[in-house]
Structures are given as C-alpha cells and as structure tokens.
Design a protein. Structure first.
Length: 158
C-alpha cells in the first residue's frame, strides 16, 4: 500500500532539506501527479533576472521525488529509489513564481511486478515548468527524470 499523502507533504522537506531551503510548497499531490511551487525570490534569480536554471531543476526534480516517496516510501526495506538521468529544456525565461507539474505514467503495480521478479525497474517521470496561471500561463521548461528502484540486499541474499 502506498504511503499516506499527508506523510509525503509533511515529511519530504525533512527527507530532502533543499525543498525547505528553497521554500518549495505543495499545491497538489496524488500518487501519479505532483504540483509544487517555487516562490519568486531575488536570491534565486540569474544574471537576466529570471529564475536560475539550478532552481528550476531542483523544483522539477523535487516534484518527481514527491511521487516517488508517495509510491515507494512504504517499502524502504525492499527498494532504494535513485534518479538515474535527467534531461531539462529551458524554453522561456521564468519570471515570478514557478510551478512544476510532474506526472508518472507507469503504474505502481507494474513497477512492483518488476521488483517482485527480482529485476531493477526503470521508469520516467515527466515535468512541465510554468509561470502564471489561466490565460497568463507560460510554459518555461520541460524535464524528464529516469528513476530506478535498487533492490535492497538482505544478509540472507548473500
């Protein structure tokens, strides 16, 4: 059974302190979708006054981590989630607060079937980064993170 989403919202910033450091907040969270927001702050700006690329990357990767923690945080004795690869495209200068919407399309049960078979699954979570909302919404970036679940070795497995 996946972990309770309230625990994810409350525990992720402790588990990943960078989330609290940047002031990232949850707007929405489900087992297959996370929406996180990074506030606009001068210390996060780059040389042209937009959000620094590193801050955008951290926001997007944190949104994927929320989904990972929601789906697999209940089985730390079975798997260790690890980001394998990330690709990001910066499409427009991000001005103001930035929202990351991460979506996991591979169902948890399918991933866990691979684990049950003794294999290490790999799956991608896609993220859209944007500013504004409604008619003023501007897509500023797109990212994908390839995740794996490393199987935890037990002493009896040696």
């Amino acid at each position: 059974m996946p972990i309770d989403l309230t625990d994810v919202r409350e525990g992720l910033s402790t588990t990943v302190p960078m989330i609290a450091t940047l002031g990232i907040t949850f707007e929405d969270l489900s087992y297959d979708r996370a929406v996180l927001v990074l506030p606009d702050a001068a210390e996060y700006h780059n040389h042209i006054g937009g959000l620094h690329a590193g801050a955008m990357f951290t926001l997007a990767e944190s949104a994927t981590a929320a989904i990972i923690f929601a789906n697999f945080g209940d089985i730390p004795d079975v798997v260790t989630p690890l980001a394998v690869e990330a690709t990001i495209r910066y499409l427009k200068v991000a001005m103001g607060p930035v929202t990351a919407v991460a979506t996991m399309e591979t169902p948890r049960d399918e991933i866990l079937q691979t684990v049950a078979a003794g294999r290490r699954p790999e799956f991608t979570i896609a993220i859209e980064l944007s500013t504004g909302d409604g008619t003023d919404r501007l897509v500023t970036g797109a990212m994908s993170v390839l995740w794996t679940l490393r199987l935890v070795r037990r002493d009896s497995d040696a």
